[in-house]
Design a protein around this ligand. Sequence first.
Ligand SMILES: [Zn+2]
Length: 59
Amino acid sequence: MRCRQATRIISDSHERSLTLQEKGGLRLHLAICSHCRNFKQNCDELSQLMKAFANNSRK
Ligand SMILES: [Zn+2]
Protein backbone atom coordinates (compact mmCIF):
# COMPACT_ATOMS: atom_id res chain seq x y z
CA MET A 1 0.00 0.00 0.00
CA ARG A 2 1.22 3.48 -0.79
CA CYS A 3 0.87 6.60 1.32
CA ARG A 4 -1.74 8.01 -1.04
CA GLN A 5 -3.95 4.95 -0.58
CA ALA A 6 -3.34 4.89 3.15
CA THR A 7 -4.32 8.53 3.63
CA ARG A 8 -7.40 7.98 1.46
CA ILE A 9 -8.48 5.07 3.63
CA ILE A 10 -7.78 7.07 6.79
CA SER A 11 -10.04 9.85 5.53
CA ASP A 12 -12.69 7.37 4.43
CA SER A 13 -12.67 5.68 7.82
CA HIS A 14 -14.42 8.72 9.28
CA GLU A 15 -17.24 8.46 6.76
CA ARG A 16 -17.75 4.75 6.25
CA SER A 17 -16.66 1.50 7.82
CA LEU A 18 -13.59 -0.04 6.26
CA THR A 19 -13.38 -3.51 4.82
CA LEU A 20 -11.25 -6.06 6.62
CA GLN A 21 -8.79 -5.87 3.74
CA GLU A 22 -8.49 -2.09 4.08
CA LYS A 23 -8.06 -2.30 7.83
CA GLY A 24 -5.37 -4.95 7.49
CA GLY A 25 -3.51 -3.06 4.79
CA LEU A 26 -3.73 0.19 6.71
CA ARG A 27 -2.46 -1.39 9.90
CA LEU A 28 0.52 -2.82 8.05
CA HIS A 29 1.23 0.52 6.43
CA LEU A 30 0.98 2.45 9.69
CA ALA A 31 3.45 0.03 11.25
CA ILE A 32 6.14 1.10 8.78
CA CYS A 33 5.19 4.68 7.94
CA SER A 34 5.44 7.43 10.55
CA HIS A 35 4.15 10.01 8.08
CA CYS A 36 0.81 8.26 7.84
CA ARG A 37 0.72 7.59 11.59
CA ASN A 38 0.95 11.35 12.11
CA PHE A 39 -1.65 11.95 9.44
CA LYS A 40 -4.02 9.49 11.08
CA GLN A 41 -3.53 11.07 14.48
CA ASN A 42 -4.28 14.53 13.09
CA CYS A 43 -7.35 13.20 11.30
CA ASP A 44 -8.62 11.47 14.43
CA GLU A 45 -8.16 14.62 16.50
CA LEU A 46 -9.86 16.74 13.88
CA SER A 47 -12.72 14.29 13.67
CA GLN A 48 -13.16 14.36 17.46
CA LEU A 49 -13.10 18.14 17.43
CA MET A 50 -15.77 18.18 14.75
CA LYS A 51 -17.90 15.74 16.75
CA ALA A 52 -17.49 17.81 19.90
CA PHE A 53 -18.42 20.92 17.95
CA ALA A 54 -21.50 19.21 16.49
CA ASN A 55 -22.54 18.04 19.95
CA ASN A 56 -22.09 21.47 21.46
CA SER A 57 -24.03 23.26 18.77
CA ARG A 58 -26.92 20.84 19.23
CA LYS A 59 -27.49 21.89 22.85
ZN1 LIG B 1 2.53 6.25 4.47
